[in-house]
Design a protein around this ligand. Sequence first.
Ligand SMILES: NC(=O)c1ccc[n+]([C@@H]2O[C@H](COP(=O)([O-])OP(=O)(O)OC[C@H]3O[C@@H](n4cnc5c(N)ncnc54)[C@H](O)[C@@H]3O)[C@@H](O)[C@H]2O)c1
Length: 277
Amino acid sequence: MTQSDSRPRLQDFEGKTAIITGAASGIGLALAEALAARGADLALADIDARGLDAARKRLAPTGRRICTRVLDVSSDADVRDAAAEFEATLGRIHLVFNNAGIDMSGELASLSEQDWTRAFGINVFGVIHGIRHFLPLLRRHGEPAHFVSTASGAGLWVNGDFPMGAYAATKYSVVALSEALEQELRGTGIGVSVLCPGPVKTPIAERSNHASESFRAAVATGTAPELVASHTLEAMRAGEFYIFTPTRMRPRLEARFARILDALERAPAVTTGMAAT
Ligand SMILES: NC(=O)c1ccc[n+]([C@@H]2O[C@H](COP(=O)([O-])OP(=O)(O)OC[C@H]3O[C@@H](n4cnc5c(N)ncnc54)[C@H](O)[C@@H]3O)[C@@H](O)[C@H]2O)c1
């Protein structure tokens, strides 16, 4: 926090190197393609070895340097070892996309302990491990750097149309971690963003044992991942913290905040000596 903001701002992606988790599919793969098209080198990580291999082949014609690594983001050791390999192979890392994530639909009381552990292990600890092991790579140099985590619209509002409370709980955590990180990194010149997409047309629901019909339908008609990727990169360049994609959640978000602010009005008045928090 005491460091001065001497690091130049992120202006473009040419010659930058990006780590992307969940890079074998969906939003992660679209980010990889968009970054390669803009001249970035890639460190791609995913638990799906075949998918990662296919992604590498698909991206090979771009001529960018590409390093792939199979890992489980819920494992601290996996992410630590990947960080070391990416740096050893590609040198300075400028961009981190903590993007790997899974659906965890289902009513809260119906989920097993294993479901909860898996959801928080991947969606929340995946980001925590990125903060622990990828963020230091950005701190090591004074070139432009940006740290992005993929949350969801469900990170700001619990959508009653889908039984996805556990997923929302994980994504609220990602928003909180990102808000905290942005505060902690203020003055360092390292940008922070949190991507909060509405439904995106990816295989996320197909991979899930839990996805409801309503969630499957929303994803099947969701935004193209390519659009999510190009918008994300533009928003990062513009220094946006919250990054949204097309979603109908505005009225519901307004209602949620109005309810919170309304309740706040009814709180007892602040008395002398009380902390102003
Ligand atoms: N698709 C949507 O509608 C939507 C909406 C909001 C947020 N998101 C979020 O976007 C992110 C990307 O999802 P997507 O829609 O592209 O889904 P996807 O299933 O197409 O891609 C997710 C990728 O993460 C990988 N992955 C899963 N578990 C992993 C693990 N333990 N370690 C490493 N990699 C792992 C998968 O193999 C896959 O390649 C997720 O965090 C998701 O929660 C998606």
